[in-house]
Structure formats: structure tokens, C-alpha cells
Ligand binder design. Structure first.
Ligand code: LAC
Ligand code: ZN
Length: 468
């Protein structure tokens, strides 16, 4: 276990001199919110010694230089909506919270780039871009609360990844402060850049373990003029799981989203939202969103997908073709994670990603594990990406905590055989780090450790994450 210097009054004075007394918090009540994210496992929670809310890059550089010299751990933090404990300060120390670095610095519409600070709420970017008829296509499900810096840290995916990809597909430049306080910037406003190693995509998804991101250049694209959302209940889960292959390969179409929700996951969302989809008893529901610039072609697209879903034994197909109806239809889907956290507080929440045509195998494995261990297994998520949110909740809580590692081990072992991975969008954080050896060989882990060492030889940047 790594040993770091504990923060004392002298250190607090230094930090206060740097940021001013209104931007530093060390009393237990003020810092308690920074000891957790939205992970439910309380054993992972850990309090920082001080929370600092910098306003400038220069402040961050001074803080990092000091922490580097004094061996103090630093954990960067966005909105705390993460699900893998990525922003939990396992070793205490400093939490750098970005809520005061929340400016959209530039909308350069001619170059199709927006430049932002890490603390910008992701949805604000699109609100600001709307008058320009442009949009940022990274679209995490928590976009109304999460920050773009957190999206960068975890390489967030979300509801539009089928067509538009994930956060990293839109990062064109990244400025960050190193562990020792240097300021580096790779990329910028160019859309193509192969001038050296792809440092941008090393930083994206690195969970704050390689540098403190201070500025991001994001690619923006024309906002599609029209959207339609289809909802289809299915009696047969296997038929629903097969839809992405049919839509992509047989129909040659690329919707923005193909989401699945099984009955077990929807029942909790219905309870929380006091609302339900038609056919609430059917084993699963599918959402397919499509966008296009022309009403007529959109109509053709969604009628062909709707008809095809009926041919694949959908019980019915419901169409939301205006913004209000679309948002209303998404609402129940969006409620699922919150509902599961609320009603199944003991559950294991996983974020498994498998090749698109292996989701049926994944669901079979979950069924087997569910039967073997007497579990309720809500499943929902991004079917079109092969990324399913799997919840495993005990019917019988006896010795449940002891059983968890064994169950996760069994699940992950099967996921490996499918060519899948630990996490499609929520990251490793402190929650999944001990399971990394199931997916990576010792040589692969050794390479990852060497990369970490190059960026942060003292290990002060978000320690206790990713590595077992
Ligand atoms: C979602 C989050 C939990 O898909 O990733 O709703
Ligand atoms: Zn998700």
C-alpha cells in the first residue's frame, strides 16, 4: 500500500494562498459529499482531507507542483455521477473539483470545434450550440448533470453511441497539467493529426490517473433536423437481441440508438416514475432512435424499421415523432438506473461490453448465474453497442456480501470467452480494479503500469484506481 503525506495546517495555508479562502474546504461536513460517487458500495467510500475548487490553470499548476514535491495524492472530480468509484479519493489528500471551471471558452463554428473547460455540464454544450444548428454528439445518459471533464476521464458512452460513437471520437485536443505541474497541450482545432503518439486518446479514459485535464477541444457536427423514436415490446427476448444485426447488416441502416430494457429493469422504473410503457408485462422493450435531415427519408427509415420489428415478432410499434413525445418516451428508460439503485441497494451493477452478436450469450450467462445464486437480474442498456448494464440482486441476502466476488468472477470469466470487456462506459475506478487480471495478461498489465509511471512516477494522480 502506498504511503502519502498527510495534509497539515501548513499545507492548508499554502492551498488557501493559491486559491483564496472561499475555494477551499476541509471541514468534515463540507467534504463528506466528495467521499463517494454514485457507486452503491459504501465500503469504497473515502473522505478527502481537503477539497479545492480552482478557477484557473495557474492555480492547478501551483497545487500540483506542491503536491508533487510533498507527496500528496490528488483526485480530480467532475459532478460525481460516476459508477465505478473513479472520483473517490481512496488515499484522502486533495480533491480537485471543477465546478468553478465551467466555461465554454469558444464556439468556432467555422472550424467545427468547441473549446471548453472540464467543469461544463455536458448538456450545456448542446444548449449553446443549438442556435448554430450544430451539436456535440457525445451523449451520456446523465448529460443533464455530468461534466465534460468526467466524460473525458471515463470516455463516457451513452445513448447515441451506435451512430455517433463515444466521447473519445470527438476529442480533437486536450490540455492538461502533469503530476509535477507542467502544462501540456496535444492536438487542438485540427480534425486530423498523426504527428506523434496519440496522447489525446491515452488521456481520454485514463480516469484522472495520467494528468489533470484543464481544456478540451471538441469536434462538433451539424445538428440533424429530424428525429424519431420507436418503442417496441417483444415477447421473445432472443428476437429482440438479434435486432442490431438485422438493422445493420440486413437492412443496411444505422440508427442513433438501439436500447433494450427487460421487464425486471422496467418494473422498478415504472414504480419510481409512476408511469409505464404499453405492454408492461412483456419480457422486454426496445427503443430505436433514428435521425435524418429530411422528414420524408426519416419516415421511410422508421417505417421500414418498424415493419421489420413487427416481422421479428414485436407485439406492436409505437412512434414518437416530436421532441416532446421523444423525451417522454426516453424518460422511463432514463429512470432505470436511479430506480435500481433505490429499490435494489444491495445489487451488483455491471457495465459489460461484448461483441454486438454475443449479447444473447451474455444474457444466457446472466440467466444461469441468476438461477444458480437465486438472483433478480434486471438488464438494460445499449444493445446496439453490445454494452449491457447488468444488475444482479439477491433474493436471499444471506451471506450475500461473501458471494459477490465469486459471482463477479464467474460473470467476467464468461465475458472474456465472448471477447468482451469489463466496462463499456463506466470505467474501472476502484470498484473493478481487482478483476483486471481476468482480462489482461501480466505483460499487458505491466505495459499499463509503465505508461502510468511515465506520466506519474510518484503515483500521486488518483491513486488506487485501475490497477489491482
Ligand atoms: C445508462 C447509464 C447507467 O445507460 O450508463 O443509463
Ligand atoms: Zn449506459
Amino acid at each position: 500500500m502506498q504511503v502519502f503525506k498527510k495534509i497539515n495546517a501548513f499545507d492548508l495555508d499554502f492551498f488557501e494562498d493559491v486559491v483564496g479562502k472561499n475555494f477551499i474546504y476541509s471541514d468534515p461536513e463540507a467534504i463528506s459529499n466528495y467521499s463517494k460517487d454514485e457507486t452503491t458500495d459504501e465500503t469504497l467510500f473515502s473522505s478527502p482531507e481537503v477539497v479545492i475548487k480552482p478557477r484557473t490553470v495557474e492555480e492547478i499548476r501551483k497545487i500540483m507542483k506542491y503536491c508533487y514535491q510533498n507527496n500528496i495524492p490528488v483526485t480530480p472530480r467532475g459532478a460525481g455521477s460516476g459508477l465505478s468509484g473513479g472520483s473517490i479519493p481512496i488515499y484522502g489528500g486533495v480533491v480537485l473539483s471543477f465546478e468553478n471551471m465551467n466555461k465554454i471558452l469558444e464556439i468556432d463554428e467555422k472550424n467545427m470545434i468547441v473549446v471548453v473547460e472540464p467543469g461544463v455540464i455536458t448538456n450545456e454544450i448542446n444548449k449553446k450550440l443549438k442556435p448554430y444548428k450544430l451539436f456535440y454528439a457525445g451523449y451520456p445518459m446523465s448529460l443533464e448533470t455530468c461534466q465534460i471533464g468526467g466524460n473525458i476521464a471515463e470516455n463516457a458512452g451513452g445513448g447515441k453511441a451506435v451512430k455517433y460513437g463515444v466521447t473519445s471520437n470527438y476529442v480533437r485536443g486536450i490540455e492538461f497539467v502533469t503530476a509535477s505541474g507542467d502544462l501540456l497541450c496535444f492536438g487542438g482545432k485540427t480534425h486530423k493529426d498523426v504527428s506523434s503518439y496519440d496522447i489525446i486518446h491515452l488521456i481520454v479514459g485514463s480516469e484522472g490517473t495520467l494528468g489533470i485535464v484543464t481544456k478540451i477541444f471538441l469536434k462538433i457536427i451539424p445538428l440533424p433536423k429530424e428525429r424519431t423514436l420507436l418503442l417496441a415490446p417483444f415477447n421473445d427476448l432472443s428476437a429482440a437481441l438479434n435486432l442490431p444485426t438485422i438493422i445493420f447488416c440486413e437492412m443496411g441502416l444505422m440508427p442513433t440508438s438501439i436500447e433494450i430494457m427487460n421487464r425486471q429493469s422496467l418494473q422498478y422504473a415504472y414504480e419510481l416514475s409512476k408511469n409505464s410503457y404499453p405492454y408492461p408485462e412483456s419480457p422486454c422493450h426496445i427503443l430505436v432512435e433514428i435521425d435524418d435531415n429530411y422528414e420524408e427519408s426519416l419516415y421511410k427509415l422508421y417505417t421500414s424499421i418498424g415493419k421489420r420489428m413487427l416481422k421479428e415478432n414485436a407485439l406492436d410499434v409505437f412512434v414518437a415523432d416530436n421532441l416532446l413525445a421523444i423525451e417522454e418516451m426516453w424518460k422511463i428508460r432514463r429512470t432505470i438506473p436511479e430506480a435500481l439503485f433505490l429499490f435494489l441497494p444491495d445489487a451488483i451493477n455491471e457495465d459489460i461490453s461484448v461483441p454486438i452478436n454475443r449479447t444473447k450469450d451474455l444474457v444466457d450467462v446472466i440467466k444461469d448465474i441468476g438461477t444458480k445464486y437465486n438472483l433478480v437480474c434486471p438488464i438494460y442498456g445499449h444493445l446496439g453497442d453490445g454494452n449491457l448494464h447488468v444488475t444482479l440482486s439477491p433474493r436471499d441476502k444471506d451471506l450475500w456480501k461473501d458471494k459477490i466476488p465469486k459471482i463477479i468472477y464467474e460473470l467476467y470469466k464468461s465475458v472474456v470467452t465472448m471477447g468482451g470487456c469489463l466496462s463499456g462506459e463506466h470505467g474501472i475506478g476502484c470498484k473493478r480494479k481487482d478483476y483486471i487480471p481476468i482480462f489482461y495478461s501480466p505483460e499487458e498489465i505491466s505495459l499499463l503500469r509503465k505508461i502510468k509511471y511515465v506520466f506519474d512516477e510518484k503515483g500521486i494522480l488518483n491513486p488506487g484506481k485501475i490497477f489491482p
